[in-house]
Design a protein around this ligand. Structure first.
Ligand SMILES: [Zn+2]
Length: 490
């Protein structure tokens, strides 16, 4: 018996040594994916750019499901035309569905595939209940304490204006691109992008135009993005999650009197149980696609022991996933998320309603579809009394994953590292929806990155209160687009 134990112990020890050997070899060979570039000198930029951004913030181009304020959008387009006179006179300009814009800057070499920069002109409304919490009026465009304040300074007038500033300045320097550059600014991104991005993309398809790469908002340059990395990380979105809302309802023959509730369950009870079950039985988590890629780029930059863990995902995946699931942000990167957003039922405190309904919003991880989400939900609830239907109007598959070994990604990475020394660049999965989901037919290389450095705590300002951008950060955005155009269009 003793002999057997000794043999077993030896086998186990041998297996451990082999595994440890693999772990060490993988960790030692886990090489950096950052590229070596020379930092460029930062050009001087006039403070007037901040005032011009402030002027655009003052125009409340708000879009909501109820509609848009046409006068404000008309005013915003006139403002842009009056402020960027060289762009207005030297680039081809086209207005789509009244308020969206396309610009074309024709390059000298028509054989080079064009590139496309995206941004959007609309902003989300300001919640009336929070108005008093703003340090500066949300539509003041005030410049104070080194920041431009107001709705749109992060999402996304800041992109529109910084792209236009960069081109206006290049035109002033008599720069002309070799490669053709397009700009497309939608006016309804915050409500789905049908009249803007979707229509513009269709137009490009009709004209047979396809792009070398497309760059839109989505991810940012974030300080303290990951606990085990001190440097800021430029997260370049290479994919975005899909979107579906499921309608969920219980319709009983009869509601009845609340003094004699039915023993087989009430409509409210049945629906609540279904929702609670869905929250308990989350979609399976997995480390794949864009999320996995992010760790391939950030892992080598980590210190031990994190570096060893990410170098050996084959061994530590389960443990890693459990950790990622604990954090709200990283949880959204590894699974389809379940978010009950609306519930309706009941008319009086002593009447049992016969019908109750609700809506659950899912952000779909790559590899799944709105239909597979519906199947999973039906199976998980497993109750015929609960009717689940899909809201086809807004359903959207997850995007394709754009490559990291393509010209577009490499140029964005190079430009970011040239301008911001001491950062790490990594691909990532965008968990929210952007306009570029409509452009899948016109390019395989779609990237989502705003070249703005933010603290993690600043992220809640997007769509929230006290939205603001630092003047220096804004100037860096202009420098980034200038350098990106110079790098891409030669
Ligand atoms: Zn946006």
């Amino acid at each position: 018996m003793k002999k057997l134990f000794r043999l077993l112990f030896r086998v186990l020890l041998f297996a451990c040594i082999i595994i440890l050997g693999f772990v060490i070899i993988n960790t030692l060979g886990y090489s950096s994916k950052q590229i070596k570039v020379d930092t460029i000198n930062k050009t001087d930029i006039d403070d007037k750019v901040a005032e011009r951004l402030g002027g655009a913030i003052q125009i409340p181009s708000v879009s909501t499901e109820i509609g848009i304020d046409s006068a404000a959008f008309g005013q915003l387009l006139s403002y842009i035309d009056s402020q960027f006179v060289l762009v207005d006179s030297l680039l081809d300009k086209q207005t789509i569905n009244e308020f969206s814009r396309i610009y074309k800057w024709t390059g000298r070499k028509p054989n080079l595939k064009p590139i496309l920069l995206l941004a959007h002109l609309d902003v989300v409304p300001v919640d009336k209940a929070t108005e008093g919490k703003w340090e500066q009026d949300p539509f003041s465009g005030a410049i104070k304490d080194g920041y431009v304040w107001g709705r749109g300074t992060l999402d996304d007038k800041v992109s529109v204006l910084s792209i236009l500033e960069s081109i206006e300045s290049l035109l002033q320097q008599n720069y002309f691109p070799e490669r053709t550059l397009y700009l497309a600014f939608g006016h309804d991104e915050e409500i789905g992008g049908k009249a803007g991005a979707k229509s513009i993309s269709r137009l490009f398809q009709q004209q047979g135009i396809s792009f070398e790469y497309i760059l839109d908002e989505g991810s940012l340059l974030i300080k303290q993005a990951l606990p085990s990395i001190k440097k800021p990380i430029a997260l370049i979105g290479i994919a975005e999650k899909g979107y579906v809302t499921l309608n969920i309802a219980v319709r009983l023959e009869n509601g009845g009197h609340s003094s004699i509730p039915p023993t087989e369950g009430t409509a409210i009870g049945i629906l609540s149980k279904a929702i609670a079950t869905l929250e308990e039985e989350q979609f399976p988590a997995q480390l794949a696609g864009a999320s996995k890629k992010m760790f391939e780029y950030t892992g080598p930059e980590m210190t031990l022991p994190s570096k060893a863990i990410f170098a050996n995902i084959w061994l530590f995946e389960g443990m890693l996933l459990r950790q990622l699931e604990q954090n709200t942000t990283t949880n959204a990167m590894v699974r389809t998320t379940t978010a009950p957003t609306m519930i309706r039922g009941g008319i009086k405190e002593n009447v049992l309603p016969s019908t109750v309904s609700g809506k659950i919003n899912f952000r779909i991880a790559p590899g799944e579809t709105p239909e597979s989400v519906l199947d999973y939900v039906k199976q998980t609830i497993d109750d015929d009394r609960v009717i689940v239907t899909i809201n086809k109007e807004t359903a959207m598959n997850p995007s394709k994953v754009s490559p990291t070994n393509a010209f577009g990604f490499e140029i964005i990475q190079k430009t970011a590292q040239e301008l911001f020394p001491d950062i790490i660049v990594a691909p990532s999965l965008v968990v929210a929806a952007t306009d570029c989901r409509h452009y899948g037919e016109v390019s395989d290389n779609i990237y989502r990155f705003m070249p703005l450095m933010l603290e993690r705590s600043d992220l809640k300002r997007i769509h929230g209160i006290n939205e603001r951008v630092s003047v220096e950060g804004y100037k860096n955005m202009i420098r980034f687009y200038q350098q990106l155009i110079r790098n891409s269009c030669k």
